[in-house]
Ligand binder design. Structure first.
Ligand code: SAM
Length: 326
């Protein structure tokens, strides 16, 4: 298969710093054989920095820290401070569930971090508990407020739309972007859950957009060079923006610009394909940066060929989302 000349440059790495999480979101932690990695399998911060430096050399300029829940890993702020210094990496972002954000936001801000995504699927406390398995709704809201008051920008809210669970809140969630300078992003549920659960709760985003027509015209927002597959829109009278991420109803592979590195050092060219290149082994056997750089380039090559298949309901990534990094 030939490379696609119109496809975006692959310059974005999602780096999972842990597979541990303080929530148990139904759609994220599902997998028959999901179990936590033994601690020694998780890459140290030194190892992650070395991989980030190699990634920076081969053209990765944007790194998003993810997990598991990255804020549960001790020493994250210090690590972020060092990551900001890595040559070639010009943009560092973080995705969090927000539970510990209020407490850690000042230290994170001091590292130079500004771009934070917070996952929040509901504005109702009891529903939040049902979706996440934990009663931390209030902490997430105060985390968002603290982050906004400190000046984190953009602050994005990731909201997985779940038919029959939170789809009656689509309008209220969208209105967060009217009342705050947040970018509220609706995400289609991916089949990293049982077939039955996915069938029951999947809602295609065109239907979500339909339900938002009363808010006014969706005006396309400008896209950055490192932007992912989200389609973002401004609305008259809104401080923030709305975004739509459609891995199911809109085949993303052509616009996907990201690689993923799992907490145990496996490089994945595609979220939904089980194909992984092991970077931990050459790293720990000290086989040299040249080999690791070669493996990164292999992943880029696989990705550039856009050899991915459309995600179908029967597709599975071989791991739960919490252990891939979302
Ligand atoms: N713990 C952090 C958080 O909650 O944002 C980062 C890791 S989490 C795996 C990253 C993102 O993946 C979250 O926004 C989550 O909602 C999303 N996600 C997990 N499973 C998903 C699924 N089956 N379909 C769509 N999005 C999913």
């Amino acid at each position: 298969m030939r490379e696609d000349p119109g496809a975006p440059k692959i310059n974005y790495l999602r780096l999972s710093v842990t597979d541990r999480c303080n929530l148990r979101c139904r759609y994220c932690t599902y997998w028959q054989d999901w179990r936590k990695l033994p601690s020694k399998e998780i890459l140290s911060y030194e190892e992650l920095l070395r991989l980030a430096a190699i990634a920076g050399e081969i053209g990765i300029s944007k790194v998003r820290i993810t997990g598991g829940e990255p804020l549960v890993r001790r020493g994250l702020a210090e690590f972020l401070g060092k990551l900001h210094q890595v040559s070639g990496i010009t943009k560092v972002c973080l995705t969090t569930n927000g539970v510990l954000l209020s407490e850690l936001a000042p230290a994170l801000y001091d590292t130079g971090l500004r771009h934070v995504n917070v996952s929040l699927d509901t504005l109702q406390r009891e529903r939040y508990r049902q979706i996440t398995g934990r009663d931390n709704f209030a902490e997430v809201l105060s985390g968002l407020e603290r982050a906004a008051s400190l000046g984190f920008h953009p602050l994005k809210i990731n909201c997985v739309v779940l038919k029959g669970i939170n789809d009656d809140e689509i309008l209220n969630l969208a209105l967060l972007a009217r009342d705050h300078p947040y970018q509220v992003r609706f995400i289609e549920l991916m089949p990293t859950v049982s077939q039955e659960w996915w069938q029951r709760h999947f809602l295609p985003l065109p239907e979500v957009r339909q339900r938002l027509t009363g808010l006014g015209p969706l005006l396309p927002a400008t896209r950055e060079a490192t932007a992912g597959p989200a389609r973002n829109f401004r609305l008259p009278g809104f401080q923030g923006e709305l975004g739509f991420i459609t891995p199911m109803s809109g085949h993303h592979c052509r616009t996907c610009n990201r690689l993923r590195l799992t907490a145990d050092g496996k490089l994945r060219p595609c979220l939904m394909q089980a194909c992984e290149l092991d970077l931990k082994k050459p790293l720990r056997l000290d086989l040299g940066d040249g080999l690791i750089s070669y493996l990164f380039k292999e992943a880029l090559e696989l990705k550039a060929r856009r050899a991915c298949l459309p995600i179908t309901p029967s597709y599975h990534p071989g791991r739960s989302m919490v252990s891939i990094g979302g």
